[in-house]
Design a binder for this molecule. Structure first.
Ligand code: CTP
Length: 421
């Protein structure tokens, strides 16, 4: 598995950032921050306070971010994919939130749990570990005992506090209170995206997703309808929990954020090579890919011609990757999936034992709402010593988060304390 990526521009590719703009003169710099984020290929949604709109136009931020600005709790205008969820859906949508500029008032509200507009309500719902704050205010306000207390509280709760810096303030003084420059805020976000903290901090996690293609000739192959949605959701959830993630993805798996080390493969042989190589250094492997069990015994270099006659196809078994990991003692904690059409639990239990797994996620393709190509899934997880946990039908992203939390607990004894929910 490749080593941790240095903080760098690619860290923000595909990463979703919520930018909160509050009412200070530095709000005009938010426009440039949005531009930098978009250049780094991050997705951006802006939320702003009433007073921020006195300093910078909503239309500017909407145009630059390419998304509606969220400034009203009662008539939320949300990005297309969020239009059916309430404003708090942004907390799930975003990977990180940054408040820039953050005024004395907005910091005080966050510290004390006051939520009386869209911005403060949304920020109040984020875990501190995902939030960066860029204070900007007059030096007197920054030195005020109330601000000092707010900042102490916020720092202790795990919020990242960026600056403020020294420099010329709007009042003409040269002192502390100036918002860091957008480039500096961007670097802080890049670093954060490279190393989020959470239940899997410091762990190396290897995930497989999607189908494989076993070629018959240059234009034909044997495959299955897997889209890799479940495996991708697990890779994303593991990254959000601070893991260093490698995702080995079959054809057609949707894009993933820059910090995820992605290896694209086609055939089961390529998938096996990539996974067995990376498993050497992995602490955890989650095999969600729908790997072909058989491949054509020979591949024609030229397109096979039609003869009008019946045709026999000879297939040979592919390598069972999980069993190979067990035999070579690779991968650390190993989690498999079992796709079944009937008797899901009994068959999954048999696979758990046969493949030497620590956990297996069983799903029954015949259940409504579950399985290939769907956005939702309903699974039961089985483990050693009779462990069994049933999950209700849910969105695959949410299921990915819940499975990762379960795995972190069982594999490494990591559970979320009550304080940070
Ligand atoms: N798997 C694997 N290597 C293969 C085939 C499957 O590592 N060549 C993994 C899958 O990624 C999954 C688990 O084994 O995590 C179970 O896969 P599944 O297709 O349900 O079972 P199979 O072992 O292929 O058995 P069967 O097709 O007979 O149900």
């Amino acid at each position: 598995m490749s080593s941790a990526k240095e903080p760098g521009r690619e860290n923000l590719r595909g990463v979703r950032v919520l930018l909160g703009v509050t009412g200070g003169i530095a709000a005009y710099k938010a426009a440039y921050l949005v531009r930098l984020l978009r250049k780094a290929e991050a997705e951006v949604v802006v939320t702003m306070t009433e007073s921020a709109s006195r300093f910078i136009g909503k239309a500017t931020l909407e145009t630059l971010s390419g998304n509606p600005v969220v400034d009203n709790l009662w008539q939320p205008a949300l990005p297309r994919e969020l239009s059916d969820v309430e404003h708090i859906g942004l907390v799930k949508w975003a990977d990180f939130a940054i408040m820039a500029p953050a005024t004395m008032n907005s910091l005080g509200k966050l510290a004390r749990g006051l939520a009386d507009d869209a911005l403060s309500t949304i920020f109040a719902a984020f875990e501190a570990e995902r939030v960066l704050l860029a204070p900007a205010m007059n030096t007197g306000m920054w030195n005020n005992a109330a601000t000092r207390e707010s900042m102490d509280l916020l720092a202790r709760r795990g919020y990242a506090i960026l600056g403020p810096g020294r420099g010329e303030l709007a009042c003409g003084d040269e002192d502390e209170g100036r918002m860091l420059e957008p480039e500096e805020l961007l670097s802080a976000l890049e670093e954060k995206a490279g190393r989020p903290s959470g239940l899997l901090s410091g762990r190396r996690v290897l995930v497989s997703a999607g189908p494989t293609r076993e070629a018959l000739d240059p234009v034909r192959y044997i495959s299955n309808p897997s889209t890799g949605t479940m495996g991708r959701a697990i890779a994303l959830a593991a990254w959000r929990e601070g893991a260093q993630v490698t995702l080995v993805a079959g054809p057609g798996v949707a894009t993933t954020p820059g910090p995820i080390n992605r290896v694209n493969v086609e055939s089961s042989a390529e998938m096996a090579d990539a996974l067995l190589g990376a498993a050497e250094e992995a602490d955890l492997v989650v095999m969600a890919a729908a790997v072909a069990d058989y491949r054509p015994k020979s591949r024609s270099d030229e397109k096979i011609k039609k003869t009008g006659e019946a045709m026999q196809l000879e297939l040979e078994p592919t390598l069972d990757i999980l069993s190979a990991m067990r035999d070579r003692r690779l991968g650390g904690y190993r989690v498999g999936f079992a796709m079944e059409t009937g008797q899901a639990e009994a068959r999954a239990q048999a696979k758990l034992e046969a493949k030497g797994l620590d956990l297996i996620v069983a799903n029954d393709l015949e259940e409504e709402g579950a399985g290939f190509g769907r956005e939702s899934n309903r699974v039961t997880v089985l483990g050693l010593e009779g462990f069994r946990k049933e999950y209700p039908l849910m969105d695959k992203d949410e299921l990915g988060r819940q499975l990762v939390a379960l795995i972190a607990g069982r594999a490494f004894g990591q559970t979320r304390g009550k304080a940070n929910g």
